[in-house]
Design a protein around this ligand. Structure first.
Ligand SMILES: C[S@@+](CC[C@H](N)C(=O)[O-])C[C@H]1O[C@@H](n2cnc3c(N)ncnc32)[C@H](O)[C@@H]1O
Length: 249
């Protein structure tokens, strides 16, 4: 069984990953972005702009979770383990501005009233920071007001304990009441990025609910049927708020 530490993270190619997943926006991702926009817009109505600290864990080569938190955040931290992805994210947050690939996702977000007046490139350059970090080191010492974790706990190991630990570590990083969004590939058996194979743990809707439920209030799980490649059965998007339960990794 492939554990997290066994996978070739240092060889992860972010440009190939973006080509495979985001360069041509998939309907499933656009649907997810609409749900993020509406969920955060609803949860954070009345919250002052630029007042929260946000985190995206295992950000990899995906900027849309960070973009979805932009209006309400004074700072957004992108935590990522693979060095090539850290460098990719640093380029996205540099004064040059993020790649055009992410514009299609912003076009969906900006239909929400909170996003309308945000200029995303300058705001990302101003408030987004990148840090190399291991999800498993989130032990509750550092906490954020809003958080996202997309295709990480399910897409980094085959080991059930590591999936559960990944979810608990993410929940450990959120303050009570923090809105969060978590996405899993449904029933994934692993994935290729270029010539390298990466492990996955098979998550279905019940497993997602079991793992997130103990730490969540108002949990809703959207089961998206879209299959984007062979080797999985769709995507799951979980939206909720952190409750007061202590997460034990
Ligand atoms: C399938 S990719 C998902 C990337 C991105 N969040 C997305 O939505 O496309 C899995 C990500 O988890 C990261 N990762 C793997 N192990 C990790 C760990 N122990 N701590 C933090 N990130 C990790 C990988 O480097 C990769 O960026």
């Amino acid at each position: 069984m492939d554990r997290n530490a066994d996978a070739p993270w240092s060889k992860f190619d972010p440009e190939v990953y973006v080509d495979n997943n985001y360069r041509t926006p998939l309907e499933a991702d656009l649907q997810i972005v609409r749900s993020l926009r509406d969920f955060f817009g609803r949860c954070l109505e009345g919250v002052a702009p630029r007042s929260l600290r946000g985190v995206d864990v295992g950000a990899g080569a995906n900027l849309y979770p960070a973009l979805s938190m932009l209006p309400w955040c004074a700072k957004v931290l992108l935590l990522e383990y693979a060095r090539p992805n850290v460098e990719y994210l640093e380029r996205q947050a540099s004064p040059k501005g993020f790649d055009a690939a992410w514009d299609a996702f912003w076009d969906v977000l900006k239909e929400g009233p909170a996003y309308r007046d945000v200029e995303p490139r300058s705001r990302v350059g101003e408030i987004v920071r990148v840090e190399r970090a291991n999800l498993f080191d989130l032990d509750g010492q550092r906490r954020w007001d809003i958080g996202t974790m997309f295709f990480v706990a399910d897409s980094m190991s085959e080991c059930p304990e590591e999936f559960q630990r990944g979810v608990a570590c993410f929940m450990n990083a959120l303050d009570e009441g923090a809105p969060f969004a978590v996405a899993f590939m449904k029933e994934s058996i692993g994935y290729d990025v270029g010539e390298h194979r990466y492990p996955a743990y098979r998550v279905n809707k019940d497993r997602a609910a079991e793992s997130l439920g103990p730490y969540s209030a108002e949990l809703e799980i959207h089961d998206l049927d879209h299959v984007v490649r062979p080797g999985h059965e769709g995507m799951l998007l979980a939206l909720g708020r952190r409750n007061s339960e202590v997460a034990v990794p």
